[in-house]
Design a protein around this ligand. Structure first.
Ligand code: FES
Length: 112
């Protein structure tokens, strides 16, 4: 589990009812092709954003804003073309996306 997945786990422990809801039956595989060419797969709930699903990768998709305005989170959906990971949601049947930018340690630390 990445450090970015800790928040969701803690919320599940603090709110067991919500945890059961989060672990609901509509979970599908999302495949991410990372900038390095490596592949990462995570389980995701249908309807959650790709950005949120990527929090289960070792390093999540870079998030440049909180109002869907920066386009730093662009991914290439297959099929579907370019989309903002903070907007596009996981469809029934799962998804496949080529990631353009992940968080760097400098960005996490706020050094850039
Ligand atoms: S994080 Fe800025 S548009 Fe998605």
């Amino acid at each position: 589990m990445s450090v970015f997945g800790v928040r969701e786990r803690l919320l599940g422990l603090l709110r067991p009812g919500q945890s059961a809801q989060l672990a609901g039956p509509e979970r599908v595989v999302v495949r991410f092709v990372l900038p390095s060419g490596a592949e990462g797969r995570v389980m995701a709930r249908v309807g959650e954003t790709l950005l949120r699903a990527s929090s289960r990768l070792a390093v999540p998709i870079f998030q440049g804003c909180h109002d869907q305005s920066c386009a730093e989170c662009l991914v290439e959906m297959s099929p579907g073309g370019e989309a903002r990971a903070c907007v596009v949601t996981v469809p029934p049947g799962g998804a496949s996306a080529r990631v353009k930018q992940l968080w760097s340690m400098e960005q996490v630390r706020g050094d850039d």
